[in-house]
Design a protein around this ligand. Structure first.
Ligand SMILES: *Cc1c(COP(=O)(O)O)cnc(C)c1O
Length: 219
């Protein structure tokens, strides 16, 4: 689907939710997409992209950024502590802060580097054992601890279970964000970004609807 169609759908969803379109950022998820397709989207003027692996982000974005200096990349996939420094150098935001060890590592590196990307805490709203993220019941404490480390926590992120109604998860995430005074909500993907916008998403992460099906399976 062309980028302009997605932008139209975002505009319509914002109008229906009586939200200003400037409140919703479209993250074009370019993981495992051929470089030509990513370049096409850059050529259309889009500048915000999402990657789920540090290695993969490192293999394409430094190059793209020399040609499109205002491009920005958000890490949306799991981050190992030993890749945190690299992620902080490459990315303008990390959406997958999901455990105390990663939070302390990011805090130490932020001190060292003197800078830190915007951070989102991933909440495992579906309490799925195989999925990353802090449990909803532990979220308030985790957010408080991350703030105590001086980390720039901007919001929360979730990936709803595939077989469940996403809106229940979107509303739960929003509730946790609201009671913690967090403005950012990273939620909504190709299949459900309009619903996410209705529930207050500030960052939607859309891959296949923009780029077409991923050529290789994503993790
Ligand atoms: C791949 C991915 C997306 C995009 O998924 P689509 O269904 O292709 O839009 C969004 N968020 C995360 C965390 C992802 O890994």
């Amino acid at each position: 689907m062309p980028l302009t169609d997605i932008q139209d759908r975002i505009a319509k969803a914002c109008a229906e939710a009586e939200r200003d379109i400037s409140e919703v950022q479209l993250i074009a998820v370019s993981k495992v997409q051929p470089l030509e397709r990513v370049e096409q989207v850059l050529e259309q003027g889009h500048r915000l992209f999402g990657e789920n692996r540090v290695q993969e982000a490192a293999s394409k974005w430094p190059d793209f950024k020399t040609r499109y200096p205002d491009a920005s990349v958000h890490l949306i996939g799991p981050l190992q502590s030993n890749k945190a420094r690299h992620a902080m150098e490459l990315c303008d935001a990390i959406h997958s802060v999901d455990r105390p060890k990663l939070a302390t590592t990011l805090a130490r590196l932020a001190q060292e580097i003197g800078n830190c990307p915007d951070l989102f805490i991933q909440v495992n709203t579906g309490e799925e054992p195989q999925k990353a993220g802090v449990l909803p019941a532990e979220a308030d404490q985790f957010i408080a601890d991350a703030r105590a480390l001086d980390l720039p926590i901007k919001g929360l992120m979730c990936i709803p279970p595939v077989e469940e109604t996403p809106s229940l998860h979107f509303s739960l995430l929003r509730k946790i964000a609201e009671r913690n005074g967090l403005a950012g909500l990273s939620m909504g993907m190709s299949a459900d970004f309009e619903q996410a916008i209705a529930f207050g998403a500030t960052h939607i992460r859309v891959g296949s609807a923009i780029f077409g099906d991923r050529v290789k399976p994503a993790e």
